[in-house]
Structure formats: structure tokens, C-alpha cells
Ligand binder design. Structure first.
Ligand SMILES: [Cu+2]
Length: 329
């Protein structure tokens, strides 16, 4: 099986304006080779994914395609995504092995990286393009075999091709191995919180322009929580992400900073939080009012709903004050 993932010799670095490989990668199968099992968008070996009762490896199918979005009252803009922005959450237990088929339906060469996983002796499924694999070419697919051996907590997956990751990413939730528990009381529920960015313009043209003229790339048009920009002065119809909690219960927030380059503060109005994990590993708990989370980093945070009944803002803001824009949900 491993030989299937050998580096292709005809894969070559090309100019960013021409993202295609020179020749077709022989390890990439044709769409005609897909069996009916592969065409399920997101599937699991057992019907109830939430139960995590399966012993066999997790299976999933990620399909990259352009989809229309209407954010910030700027009309319809097509973006490359897997299903949505952000993409689907991958749910596994520590010790699982996942088989994940990625099908590229669009015109970009793309790979998917499984951020934060050690993948010991398994670099062929790590994902950086031109390093351990050729990009997945348009109208082709690639099967990743992902091992969740050492990590537990929250990680994420993202495209590893230029700036495509701005819209092609999602969370990975690694729950404790079967028969083990969290090193803290079982939370009432858990929620993934992905801090991201929304660019109205095409991401790859941003990269091309930046490389041509130098300097810093354009900043995004908005920062997002789970794809929601939150209330906007110039776009009152824009919506916000929200969660409902039960008073007195404790919840686990799985926070991912999926922004391209921005360190972010994150906190919840009038609440303390407790950081219990970072980058797929548990840590000695830290009580705090807010966190600072860097791009690519993940943090697991406990939130106890111990304040009077009401609504409280979940707030992310930038570390760099000159670019400060606050998003609220
Ligand atoms: Cu990464």
C-alpha cells in the first residue's frame, strides 16, 4: 500500500500562476475508477457517528468544489471549499486510522494537510505539496491514510497549496481512546470554534500579486467565527454564530485559529475560561479571561455557564492593534 504513495518523479514546482503539474501523476486515479462507496459525500462505517462505537478506521470523502457565497453584502462570490466554509468536521478517537478520499473537482492543484498529527512513518499522507506528494490534479482524487496515534484533543485539516487553505479547512476532533476518559470531568457537550478570515477577492491572485510586488499581502475583508463575520455596521443582514448552553453546565470549546497570518485574542463576555489542551495534547489547566492563539494553533477550553441567564458575546480580535477589527457572535 505504501508504494502507492511514492513521490512522483515527474512532479515539479511550477510558477504560482500555473498551478498544474507538468504531467499527470500516475498515482492519482481517474474519476472513472471511483466506486459507488467513494461517491458518498461524508460517510462512516457505522450509521451513528456520534456514538464513536466503531473499531474499524474512520472513512470520509472530501470533495473540493467551487460554491457560491454571499458574505458582507458583496453579492455572490465563488470560493473553493469542501462542502462549506469551514469544511466538515472529522471525528475520531485516539488510536483510529482514517481513510480519507479527497476528490478535486476544480481547476486548482490541491493537497490536504492534517495539521498537528505526527504521522510517524507515514509522511506520504501528510500533505504538503511538492514535499511528500504531488498535488491532487483537477478532476482527480487521492486517498490519505491518517493515523491518530499520539494526539488527543483538537486539530485541523487544511489545503496545503498556496492560500487555498483560507477557505479549504475544517476541524479534527480526536476524542479519548475507547475505554479512556478526559483528564477532567466529562463536559456536557463540546463545540468547535474556528477563527477564520473572509476575502472577497480571489486568494491565488492575492498570492501572485504579493509575490510580484513584494510587501505584505492584502488583509482580509472580515474575520470570522465558524464562517460567520458577525454583526457588521455596513451590512446589517450579516449573521453571527451562536451556541446555546444550559446554566450550570460545563462545555468544551475546541478552538482553531485558521486565519492566514493573524494571532487572535478570544474570550467570552463576563466569563472565565480554563485552557485544558493545546495542539492535540492536554496541559495543566490554566484559568484565564481570554486566550491568545496563533495561526495554525488549536486550544481546548472549558467554559462553565455560571453567569446570570442572558446572552454573552463570544469575541475574537487581532493581536496587531493597527489592523484591529473585532468580530462578535
Ligand atoms: Cu498546517
Amino acid at each position: 500500500m505504501k508504494t502507492q504513495f511514492a513521490i512522483c518523479t515527474q512532479c515539479m514546482q511550477v510558477k504560482v500562476s500555473d498551478l498544474r503539474c507538468a504531467e499527470k501523476d500516475p498515482i492519482v486515479k481517474d474519476l472513472n475508477d471511483l466506486d459507488e462507496f467513494s461517491f458518498l459525500k461524508l460517510f462512516f462505517p457505522l450509521s451513528n457517528s456520534a456514538s464513536f462505537k466503531y473499531k474499524y478506521k474512520y472513512k470520509s470523502f472530501l470533495q473540493l468544489e467551487m460554491k457560491p457565497f454571499n458574505k458582507l453584502c458583496n453579492g455572490t462570490i465563488n470560493k473553493l471549499v469542501v462542502d462549506d466554509f469551514p469544511g466538515p468536521q472529522i471525528n475520531v478517537r485516539r488510536g483510529d486510522t482514517a481513510s480519507i478520499i479527497v476528490r478535486n473537482n476544480e481547476d486548482y492543484n490541491v493537497t490536504i494537510h492534517w495539521h498537528g498529527l505526527s504521522q510517524r512513518k507515514n509522511p506520504w499522507s501528510d500533505g504538503p505539496e511538492y514535499i511528500t506528494q504531488c498535488p491532487i490534479q483537477p478532476k482527480s482524487e487521492f486517498t490519505y491514510e491518517i493515523k491518530f496515534e499520539d494526539e488527543e484533543g483538537t486539530l485541523w485539516w487544511h489545503a496545503h497549496s498556496d492560500w487555498v487553505r483560507a477557505t479549504v479547512h475544517g476541524a479534527i476532533v480526536v476524542k479519548p481512546a475507547e475505554g479512556t476518559t478526559y483528564p477532567f470531568d466529562e463536559p456536557a457537550d463540546d463545540f468547535v470554534i474556528i477563527l477564520g478570515e473572509w476575502y472577497n477577492r480571489d486568494m491565488n491572485s492575492t498570492v501572485i500579486d504579493t509575490l510580484e510586488i513584494g510587501g505584505d499581502p492584502d488583509i482580509s475583508d472580515s474575520y470570522t467565527i465558524n464562517g460567520f463575520p458577525g454583526p457588521q455596521d455596513n451590512c446589517p443582514s450579516e449573521s453571527a454564530y451562536s451556541i446555546i448552553v444550559i446554566h450550570g453546565k460545563t462545555y468544551l470549546l475546541r478552538i482553531v485559529n485558521a486565519a492566514m497570518n493573524e494571532e487572535m485574542f478570544f474570550g467570552i463576555q463576563d466569563h472565565n475560561i480554563t485552557v485544558v489542551g493545546q495542539d492535540g495534547a492536554y496541559i495543566k489547566p490554566i484559568d484565564t479571561r481570554y486566550i491568545l492563539i496563533t495561526p495554525g494553533q488549536t486550544m481546548d477550553v472549558l467554559l462553565t455557564a455560571d453567569r446570570p441567564f442572558g446572552s454573552y458575546y463570544m469575541v475574537a480580535s487581532l493581536f496587531l492593534i493597527q489592523w484591529l477589527r473585532t468580530i462578535q457572535t
